[in-house]
Design a protein around this ligand. Structure first.
Ligand code: FAD
Length: 335
């Protein structure tokens, strides 16, 4: 069995397949394992109730959401049993439950469990089957095509999506929807280890205007603020200004933005922070059944951000989807 991608989904899939007696080979295009998982806050979580999940992500495929929700607790126990370092025993958000892991420790643990991981190695032209795609969606391509910032691993270009599509796979979810954040706008330079720290999350405290000074975002953002990032992406230049009181000049979000070389303008008792929309992962992708099989293509499986239509219309844990669907896809593939 071949697995493309050594991020959360691919490593979980390979680790599970090995546990079931298979000898999976993981091919990773990048120069390191861990994908976006390694750069993440590494909170693996679910909504406390399925109704809340549906309410937050109303456009998502209900069967897939069910699979992720129902499989989560057992999958999380399994992940813990592998021995990665745990940072939080539960989430601080009363609507969610899960654990926060130390990302480097989680990556190293999963690489060990996956066994045979080859770096800087893409797929051969005619790969053997079964083949499991876990290439992390197409955030990098999407950001480039739309003039947005990248806030994820630099290798998720949509290779799994293209491969599956060429072989007749159908797509699911909205290919124009992404999960993202407002980040310091250029000329700020953001190192990938600062993706979490420099996120401009203001929880509705900032007034938001575009480059023309127009307010374009109605009401406070959702708790994940990905809706605001997507609205900024649709503004001229994919940028906006967050306007906050000057007293907040020593707030760590402002300090971080300044230190990264971003633009802060102080005028009339207010601070204006220049921000840009950044893409963390795409939400649309390959149509996959709740058993991890790519619809209509024999021998092909997919998991993680390659799968379309899990969180359409909102946000749920990408790491949880990668964990649960990675395990399920591996179980289907080795049977
Ligand atoms: C800053 C940040 C914070 C985040 N915080 C959280 C959080 O707290 N909780 C949460 O649930 N989610 C979070 N996420 C999202 C989460 O990291 C992703 O949803 C998750 O990593 C998706 O898993 P994946 O395996 O699909 O993709 P990834 O983990 O990105 O792995 C994809 C892998 O595929 C590789 N690849 C690409 N193309 C090929 C190819 N052709 N052949 C072989 N390999 C290929 C890539 O190099 C990469 O290693 C965060 C992400 C970021 C960037």
């Amino acid at each position: 069995m071949l697995v493309a991608g050594a991020g959360m989904a691919g490593l979980c899939a390979a680790a599970r397949a090995r546990e079931l007696g298979a000898e999976p080979v993981v091919l990773e295009k990048g120069s390191r394992p861990g994908g976006s998982m390694l750069l993440s806050s590494c909170v693996v979580w679910r909504y406390r109730t399925f109704e809340d999940f549906r309410a937050e992500c109303p456009g998502g495929d209900e069967e897939l959401q069910r699979a992720v929700f129902d499989g989560f607790d057992e999958a999380l126990d399994w992940l813990v049993s592998l021995g990665p370092e745990i940072v939080w025993e539960d989430t601080p958000n009363p609507r969610t439950t899960g654990k926060r892991f130390e990302p480097r420790s989680l990556t190293e643990t999963l690489v060990r469990a996956a066994g045979d991981v080859h770096l800087e190695e893409g797929l051969p032209a005619e790969p053997e089957l079964p083949l499991l795609f876990a290439t992390g969606g197409f955030a990098v391509r999407y950001a480039r095509e739309h003039g947005l910032l990248v806030r994820c691993n630099p290798w998720s270009e949509g290779d799994g999506l293209d491969f599956a599509r060429e072989r007749g796979a159908t797509l699911a979810g909205d290919l124009d929807e992404f999960y993202g954040r407002a980040m310091p706008a250029p000329p700020a330079r953001i190192r990938e280890e600062d993706y979490v720290r420099l996120s401009q999350l203001w929880d509705g405290e900032a007034r938001v205007v575009n480059e023309n000074g127009d307010e374009f975002f109605p009401g406070p953002p959702g708790w994940h603020e990905s809706d605001l990032a997507q609205a900024i992406a649709r503004q001229p230049g994919g940028t906006a200004w967050f306007i906050i009181p000057s007293e907040l000049r020593d707030d760590q979000r402002v300090v971080g933005l300044r230190e990264a070389g971003g633009t802060v303008v102080e005028q009339d008792g207010e601070l204006r922070l220049h921000v840009a929309a950044a893409v963390t992962h795409t939400q649309g992708g390959i149509e996959v059944g709740p058993d991890g099989r790519v619809a209509g293509v024999e021998g092909l499986f997919a998991a993680g951000a390659d799968v379309g239509g899990i969180s359409t219309g909102g946000y749920s844990s990408g790491l949880a989807a990668a964990l649960v669907l990675g395990r399920i896809a591996a179980e289907s593939a080795v049977r």
